[in-house]
Ligand binder design. Structure first.
Ligand SMILES: CC(C)(COP(=O)(O)OP(=O)(O)OC[C@H]1O[C@@H](n2cnc3c(N)ncnc32)[C@H](O)[C@@H]1OP(=O)(O)O)[C@@H](O)C(=O)NCCC(=O)NCCS
Length: 252
């Protein structure tokens, strides 16, 4: 019980930290349905763990009716989750959410419909998920990742990444711009096409340089893409040339 009230205090404090609109304790306690749903979930999760599964599910449906947030009582949620607005959030049974995460309205932590057992995502500590984002399947979103509003994420995401779009692709990693991500990390049809094009342009440059007996010209355009598919993206050299952070070893 002491633990419950301690976490309630932490939850309220985290609203003040993360929502500039929060003005007073009374306002936070009465006007944040995300907090109410979270507190109900803690009770429902306790019931679930103690074998009262039907009661836990029934109460989670009442919570959903009251606040528009559906959290399966089996979901494991860490400390200081901040659910802002909250309407339409769905958190599946085998989801795991670390400490200090933030979810906006319309977020789904769901299954793909093709898996059984652990079939919902794991969010590590400090993950931020924008409005309407869908994170699907038994995948892991690394620490301090930021998932853009409206994204659909289907693959694991390494720590400290910003991922946006449908399908989700990494645009920032460890503070550096990633224009096209390593296809081993996030498979994106557009990236695949650009990677093929880049390879072809590189071969044509080499051929031209052989035919003209001139050294190969350095590319000038500000787009960096992956060509080295054999090593981990994070281990490749950052060239950091004029005006933009080049993450990979070739430009088109
Ligand atoms: C992704 C997000 C978290 C920003 O993260 P960030 O690490 O600060 O990244 P940046 O803002 O520098 O954006 C990086 C790139 O991703 C793009 N981007 C950002 N958010 C995007 C989104 N939701 N969908 C598609 N692209 C997006 C930006 O345009 C930028 O690309 P560019 O440099 O080519 O212009 C933020 O844009 C976002 O989506 N926040 C959600 C907020 C929300 O849900 N609010 C609801 C309030 S009710």
């Amino acid at each position: 019980m002491v633990g419950f009230f301690k976490s309630v205090r932490e939850d309220i404090a985290s609203v003040f930290e993360r929502d500039p609109a929060a003005k007073s304790w009374l306002e936070v306690v009465t006007c944040y349905p995300g907090l109410h749903a979270l507190w109900c979930h803690r009770i429902n999760h306790w019931l679930w763990k103690h074998g009262l599964r039907t009661l836990a599910r029934f109460l989670s449906q009442i919570t959903r009716f009251l606040f528009g947030i559906e959290i399966h009582p089996g979901a494991q949620i860490g400390h200081r989750l901040f659910i802002d607005h909250g309407l339409g959030i769905i958190i599946g049974e085998t989801s795991i959410i670390g400490d200090d995460c933030t979810l906006y309205q319309g977020v789904t932590l769901g299954g793909t419909g093709k898996e059984s057992g652990k079939r919902h995502p794991t969010l590590r500590n400090g993950v931020f998920v924008g409005a309407g984002a869908k994170i699907l399947g038994n995948i892991t979103i690394g620490e301090n990742c930021r998932v853009g509003a409206g994204s659909v994420v289907l693959h694991n995401v390494p720590d400290n990444s910003t991922i946006v779009g449908v399908p989700g692709h990494i645009v920032l990693r460890d503070g550096k711009r990633v224009v096209i991500t390593d296809p081993k990390d996030v498979r994106d049809p557009l990236s695949d096409v650009l990677i093929k094009l880049a390879r072809e342009v590189k071969e044509l440059r080499q051929r031209l340089s052989e035919l003209t007996h001139q050294p190969m010209q350095e590319p000038e355009c500000e787009v960096a893409i992956v060509l080295d598919e054999t090593s981990e993206a994070g281990e490749q050299d950052a060239k950091g040339e004029a005006g933009f952070a080049v993450y990979y070893d070739y430009q088109i």
